[in-house]
Design a protein. Structure first.
Length: 119
């Protein structure tokens, strides 16, 4: 497992920190998520998506259904990325963003992280 890049996006005092990892197994996904949960213990949500050659997975981690995990997964699919884990750590800034802004914030931070990696 290798961290390829990260990107931080802020909106209305909420912070979205996207991470893109190169992975080979589901165990690596579990290990990375465990480390991120320790490192960002005050974060409100840590949704993710991953694609391996033989399996894939995603989680909204308590966010409204399909506002985080599915868009992250769709982004990996759209970019044709395999053996990658996309994680976005969210720190809540005190102002509710609403479902559409929430979804946009996750996608924007993840997309910028991927674009930085592709340059």
């Amino acid at each position: 497992m290798k961290l390829l890049n990260s990107y931080t996006y802020e909106i209305k005092k909420s912070k979205f920190i996207a991470y893109l990892y190169d992975i080979k197994t589901v165990d690596e996904v579990k290990s990375i998520l465990s480390e991120l949960k320790k490192e960002h213990s005050k974060a409100r949500h840590i949704p993710y998506a991953y694609v391996l050659s033989n399996t894939a997975g995603k989680s909204d981690d308590g966010e409204p259904s399909n506002t985080a995990g599915l868009p992250l997964y769709n982004l990996l699919q759209l970019k044709g990325l395999e053996n990658k884990l996309l994680v976005v750590v969210r720190y809540f800034g005190g102002t509710k963003l609403g479902a559409s802004n929430l979804l946009r914030s996750y996608v924007n931070s993840a997309n910028e992280c991927i674009n930085k990696t592709e340059q």
